[in-house]
Design a protein around this ligand. Structure first.
Ligand SMILES: [Zn+2]
Length: 442
């Protein structure tokens, strides 16, 4: 199984779920030379057989919101370690944010990310370009050059595009490439000095607050800007009840607006900050139980069509600082599946096919990338999930370079079992890959 001769792979007896084709049945999936084969169209022997009985076989998961920290903060993560962390989480494609040093705001910077991703040979890595030069929010970046360098969307994430005029031009100009503007919605003047959600808990703890209104106001503004420009707007890491409502209304009026939610925003609340543990410090912050409920409601009714992690690794010495000094964010990729199972699937909010849709074809369509389906002929990016296995989240086992997670010690269910990218088995949990072995009967 060399690099040139990709193997013929048979994944046997799994529950094949592909929302893009409306598939949900038990069967075999065949892969040859990096492509998905038509069912029954196989007249060769498999070189690799993967026993997927009792497991879910789905298109490789796509996470359109990750921070890989290279260039500039390689002590936190590199493109290679971040892409390996993705595979361990069952994710075969990531879109990485441009808030690196320097930022991804030129063609060369985007090309660097693509090249490092190819060198790493882990998950596929797609760069997201900055909206503004230097992410300073003053001048539009050279969007056309970023597209030429491989950018699949634009955002100044880490910070919002605060200037409404600039945001309007970005939405207008991005139409030329049919690419989406992703926005970290937050009025910066309202969050200065904020460490956590503003409310009862922040008052009790005496910590600086970030009001929900800071998010709501910018979501409202940007939906209106999407309306007058006809541009495509994507709300990143939505976290407030009012924001969810605004997106719902915007969609109902036919405006091109989409939204993503992150596992920490539907599994944790601002009460977690009572421990003063910086692993609960995020931006946007953990909100109230009512906000969590609204986000889950938005996921259920399709207002929020995408799940993303906002994977934000930070080296230990940075997160160990005082709460108000520590950076925002958590390692997200490797806990995506189990936290989603625990908070969305097990309580009955969403089914597996609904979750998989939000992690495959929906993000693929948003980014206009040819991924997210098991259609015959498609790139063979496949994730096999063991949905029933129970395990304890142990950050020391992470493939990410960083360990900052609020979920350490959680007893959870479900994790990636085998991950295939471009027809190559690139990750397995234990030694389940058998070469040249005949498929088991049954
Ligand atoms: Zn953000």
């Amino acid at each position: 199984m060399g690099k040139l001769a990709l193997p013929t792979i048979q994944i046997t007896g799994g529950r094949i779920i592909d929302p893009a084709q409306g598939l949900d049945h038990v069967g075999d999936l065949w892969i040859s030379r990096g492509r998905i084969l038509p069912t029954g169209g196989v007249n060769e022997e498999a070189e690799v057989v993967i026993d997927a009985r009792g497991k879910i076989v789905c298109p490789g998961l796509i996470d359109l919101h990750v921070h890989l920290r290279e260039p500039g903060n390689e002590e936190d993560e590199t493109i290679a370690t971040g892409a390996a962390s993705a595979l361990a989480g069952g994710v075969t494609s990531v879109a990485c944010m441009p808030n690196t040093i320097p930022p991804i705001d030129t063609q060369a910077a985007a090309e660097f990310v693509v090249l490092q991703g190819q060198r790493a040979r882990q998950a596929n890595v797609y760069p997201v370009g900055a909206v503004s030069k230097g992410r300073k929010g003053e001048e539009l970046a050279a969007l056309g050059q970023l597209v030429a360098g491989g950018a699949v969307a634009f955002t100044d994430d880490g910070a919002p595009v605060a200037n409404a005029g600039l945001m309007r031009r970005a939405l207008e100009y991005s139409k030329m490439f049919d690419l989406v503007i992703m926005q970290h919605c937050q009025v910066p003047e309202l969050t200065v000095g904020g460490v956590m959600n503003e409310g009862f808990e922040s008052m009790r703890l005496g910590l600086g607050g970030m009001p929900a209104a800071a998010e709501d106001i910018m979501v409202a503004r940007d939906i209106r800007l999407a309306e007058i420009t006809g541009g495509r707007l994507h709300i990143q890491h939505i976290s407030t009840a009012r924001s969810v409502e605004l997106v719902r209304e915007g969609k109902a009026r036919g405006i091109k607006v989409t939204a993503e939610a992150c596992p920490h925003h539907f599994s944790l609340t601002d009460e977690c900050l009572r421990t003063f543990d910086s692993n609960f410090k995020m931006n946007p912050p953990l909100r109230t139980a009512a906000d969590v409920e609204a986000v889950i409601e938005g996921l259920k009714d399709g207002t929020i069509e995408i799940l993303a992690t906002d994977h934000a690794p930070h080296a230990r010495e940075k997160k160990m600082r005082e709460l108000d000094q520590a950076p925002f964010g958590i390692v997200g990729l490797e806990t995506l599946i189990p936290i989603t199972v625990k908070t969305l699937i097990e309580p009955g909010h969403l089914t597996w096919p609904e979750v998989i849709r939000k992690l495959t074809i929906n993000p693929a369509e948003l980014l206009r990338i040819p991924k997210g389906t098991l259609r015959p002929g498609a790139d063979a990016d496949v994730t096999v999930i063991d949905a029933s296995t129970t395990w304890t989240i142990d950050p020391t086992q992470f493939r990410s370079k960083s360990r900052n997670t609020p979920y350490a010690g959680w007893e959870v269910r479900g994790r990636a079992h085998t991950v295939i990218v471009g027809g190559e088995v690139r990750y397995t949990l234990g030694g389940i890959v058998r070469e040249g072995v005949a498929p088991a009967a049954g």
